[in-house]
Design a protein around this ligand. Structure first.
Ligand code: AMP
Length: 120
């Protein structure tokens, strides 16, 4: 049986409206609907890879593209001096949408959230 479409696939296919910040052949960038920072955007590959660990060597160029897009979009938005890039992999790590995506969080103070504190 075919896998049900993820919410992000529905957004990519324009089944669900969203505020798109950027789109190219391989990915879209949208605003997170429940922002955890004043700027919270998601970089989503059009190919529905469930989790980062499900990516294979065949996805190497795509994964590189997503990282380069993080640089490009943060420059576009003027937040390239300070942002945090997060990928939640697996339910226990907080992943709720099983379609790979990168969170970009910016315009907040990260001083009190050093790496590790969020996971303790
Ligand atoms: P994660 O918990 O890492 O899987 O992240 C999923 C993210 O998708 C959460 O931050 C949600 O707020 C966000 N999200 C869920 N549905 C939508 C939607 N329709 N439009 C934008 N962001 C969404």
């Amino acid at each position: 049986m075919a896998q049900a479409k993820s919410i992000f696939s529905k957004i990519i296919d324009n089944d669900i409206p969203t505020e798109k910040i950027y789109e190219d052949d391989l990915a879209i960038v949208i605003k997170d609907i429940q922002p955890q920072a004043p700027t919270h955007i998601l970089i989503i590959p059009k190919e529905p890879i469930a989790r980062l660990v499900d990516a294979t060597e065949d996805h190497a160029a795509l994964l590189g593209h997503l990282l380069l897009l993080a640089g490009k979009v943060t420059k576009m938005l003027g937040i390239d001096d300070a942002f945090r890039l997060v990928i939640n992999n697996g339910e226990a790590a907080g992943q709720t949408v099983f379609h790979l995506h990168l969170h970009i969080l910016a315009n907040k103070s990260f001083a009190e959230t050093g790496l590790g504190k969020e996971f303790s």
